[in-house]
Design a protein around this ligand. Structure first.
Ligand code: ADP
Ligand code: MG
Length: 735
């Protein structure tokens, strides 16, 4: 059983690790993955072994909060994020309102500005009064940080902030009590109220900016979810009633009025209209629909009105699948992030150690308790691994989201990362480079039967085939007024043809190779086969009772954009090849038309996969683009399987990337996008590590000799900025 739980208090890579470990420790849990961007954990567990509530308890035990009201799914999450953002904004406003006067009272004397005497006299008390509301605004940070360390014995980012700000505040309170008349104005004692106040104010500011940036990052998913309908009008014996869309079941008759959204998937019963299907096909032109045509939930009806019978509802609809896929992919972790995550696991303890050591060193150097404390606090604050944790997840969310908006479903972050390094792109022919909607062009009867009879027998054999060639033959027969009867038996010989029996006759329709294998004498057929293939057509043979009975030629149109795609990939330095089960002559004719010169022809499905593996073994990173008909094994064998057209379920299952619209140009687009996303990931990782490498020694006072030191407040600014920069940089991704 898979469960998704929304949690609060998740801020950085080390938190991710902690919550995952806590969940994995629960009996019955087989995997747990936390996602920083969506603030969700995905848990696979055995419902029998894991007792109810155990997961929630484990999460809370690790110092995080659980959002239980998960009814509205995506919308609830968005509401929660907005609530969090609004809450943070209020806290930022409060802390800023008090931080400014606090800063003035504490800093003015140092800057040589004289304060009114009554303020100067009560400097410490006034600073204390200004600081308390700021501490109040930051109370959740303290609570979470302390709870985490108390419950699990491990520090989180909040612990670091709580320790830093708390130490500065308490130290100042103690100083104020010790020298009641002290304060900067009197030159006695050391107060760090402004350090604590500014620190909290900036951390809150950073969290607020981060929450806002996070919302923008996941906007693509919200756009998809926004396409889901809430209600549907169902026609029953009693009339038409509007019901919540969750209550629609397959078989219901749904009414769609002009301009309305189609609520679920189904088939038109009566009425006619044009539907804007751009979300599914990316095609902006409305598509005409009449009875019998398929409609997809989430598409928008044009001026007509119609009824349709629901076929897929609830979580089975195409849109629901897309949303689930995108969500899963966005939450998945890119392999490059793994290193960052394992570094982050040691990060917090290491930072505590650095803080402690610098504290001791500065005390030892005789700089006094106050200075040593400031340094330690700076180190704690500046070192948050937030940026490190968000480095690749933000880029993944943006990349996957942008792809989805264009009808490209990337199924995991790993697929995106691999696609970025692809150097060889192999295209399937039929249905991928060609429309896969072939039409019969020639029927050559052999051995005495008439052309009509040849077509009829072939159509009987192909009636149950799902291959485009079979479809073409059946369509041609019907076009000529022949309604093929059902065969008595039927077997599909994947990648070679079909065999069937009808009225005592054994029928075979397929490649010459298959016929030859069955012992059919091809001498009468050779001439017709050779002539059609030279024209770039696919010629298949009909054999009746193992005697050649005719040659049927089928021509497929090369897709618009196929040649352009090949040229674009070449320009990007990729090797492009074509792989097909069709014969070499036909294959070469098509390859020439699209500009491919490497052709692997005459291959069975398993051999296609074998060829792909061979390329992989030769050190190539291979993307295989196919339609899933006879090439699903090759899609699996490739480093990146790209299924074109969401036509077959096998294709969607076997592929890493699905091109929903059947446009080959999307194959080049997704490889380009993957490369850019990967570059963002690297930039972000580089930035995050670079930032920490420079900031921590600075904060520890490594350059104090040169007069450079980071105050805790500046540390907080840097830390927040580093996180926001990572999120913003990901946002800058363009297709
Ligand atoms: P591609 O690799 O171009 O997508 P396939 O692997 O699907 O082509 O099919 C390879 C060859 O097998 C076809 O060119 C045809 O000769 C034969 N074939 C496959 N299925 C059928 C069928 N249903 N009817 C006739 N021939 C078929
Ligand atoms: Mg194919």
């Amino acid at each position: 059983m898979r469960r998704r739980i929304r949690i609060t208090g998740l801020h950085c890579a080390s938190c991710v690790r902690r919550v995952e470990e806590a969940l994995l420790a629960v009996p019955g849990v087989s995997s747990a993955r936390a996602d920083l961007v969506s603030r969700e954990v995905t848990v696979d567990c055995d419902p029998a072994a894991a007792e109810p509530g155990a997961l929630e308890r484990a999460i809370e035990g690790a110092g995080f909060g659980v959002l239980r009201a998960d009814g509205g799914g995506e919308e609830a999450a968005e509401r929660e994020r907005l609530r969090e953002t609004a809450g943070l904004r209020a806290r930022v406003l409060v802390s800023a309102a008090f931080a400014v006067p606090l800063l003035w009272v504490s800093m003015a004397p140092m800057a040589g500005i004289s304060l009114p005497p009554w303020i100067a006299r009560h400097g410490a008390l006034i600073q204390f009064i200004f600081c308390v509301p700021i501490v109040g605004a930051g109370l959740p940070l303290f609570r979470r940080g302390l709870l985490a360390i108390l419950r699990t014995g491990r520090a989180t980012m909040d612990t670091l902030v709580a320790l830093g700000a708390g130490a500065a505040f308490l130290f100042s309170v103690a100083e104020s009590l010790r020298h009641p008349a002290s304060g900067p104005a009197h030159g006695g004692g050391h107060l760090y109220y402004e350090t604590a106040g500014m620190l909290i104010a900036f951390i809150l500011l950073g969290r607020w900016l981060e929450a806002a940036a996070r919302g923008k990052t996941s906007s693509a998913l919200r756009l998809l979810v926004g396409r889901e309908s809430r209600t549907a009008v169902v026609r029953t014996a009693g009339g038409e009633t509007a019901v919540p869309v969750e209550e629609v079941v397959p078989g219901d008759v749904v009414v769609v009025r002009p301009g309305e959204k189609v609520p679920v998937d189904g088939r038109v019963k009566d009425g006619e209209s044009c539907i804007d299907e751009s979300m599914v096909t990316g095609e902006p032109m409305p598509v005409p629909k009449r009875p019998g045509d398929e409609v997809t939930g989430g598409t928008i009806n044009g001026p007509g009105s119609f009824t349709f019978e629901a076929t897929r509802t609830g979580s089975d609809t195409f849109l629901a699948h897309v949303v689930a896929l995108v969500r899963e992919a966005q939450a998945s972790r890119a392999p490059v992030q793994e290193l960052a995550d394992s570094v982050a696991a040691y990060f917090v303890p290491a930072v505590l150690l650095v803080a402690l050591v610098s504290f001791a060193v500065w005390i030892g150097a005789g700089r006094g308790l106050g200075f040593a404390l400031t340094v330690a606090v700076s180190v704690l604050v500046v070192a948050c691994p937030c940026a490190l944790g968000l480095a690749t997840p933000t880029a993944v969310v943006v990349g996957v989201g942008m792809a989805a908006a264009r009808g490209i479903l990337v199924k995991s972050a790993a697929a995106l990362q691999t696609a970025a390094r692809v150097d060889t792109v192999v295209f399937d022919k039929t249905g991928t480079l060609t429309l896969g909607a072939p039409v019969v062009t020639d029927v050559t009867p052999l051995g005495g039967r008439g052309a009509q009879e040849v077509l009829r027998l072939a159509a009987v054999a192909e009636k149950r085939s799902e291959h485009p060639l079979g479809g073409a033959i059946v369509a041609e027969a019907r076009g000529r007024g022949i309604e093929p009867p059902d065969p008595d038996s039927f077997v599909s010989r994947g990648g070679r043809g079909v065999e069937a029996s009808y009225g005592g006759t054994a029928l075979l329709v397929g490649s010459a190779a298959l016929a030859r294998e069955r012992g059919v004498d091809l001498s009468a057929a050779e001439e017709a086969l050779a002539a059609r293939e030279a024209e770039g057509k696919t010629a298949v043979l009909l054999a009746a009772d193992n005697v050649a009975a005719g040659v049927i030629a089928v021509a497929d149109t090369v897709k618009e954009g196929a040649a352009e795609t090949v040229a674009a990939l070449r320009a990007a330095g990729k090797d492009v090849a074509m792989i097909t089960g069709d014969n070499a002559r036909t294959a070469r004719a098509v390859a020439r038309a699209v500009g491919i010169d490497r052709v692997l022809a005459g291959l069975l499905p398993a051999e296609k996969a074998e060829e792909i593996r061979r390329l992989g073994a030769a050190g190539r990173t291979v993307a295989m683009v196919g339609d899933g008909i006879n090439d699903a094994p090759a899609l699996v064998a490739a480093d990146v399987g790209i299924a074109i057209g969401a036509g077959t379920d096998v294709a969607v299952e076997s592929a890493d990337i699905v091109l929903v619209r059947s446009d080959p140009r999307d194959a080049a687009a997704v490889i380009g996008l993957a490369k850019k996303t990967y570059r963002k990931m690297l930039e972000n990782l580089l930035w995050a590590t670079g930032y920490n490498t420079v900031a921590i020694p600075l904060a520890a006072g490594a350059l104090f000799g040169a007069g450079i030191i980071l105050t805790p407040a500046i540390g907080a600014v840097l830390m927040s900025a580093s996180t926001v920069i990572v999120a913003v940089n990901a946002r800058l991704l363009r297709l």
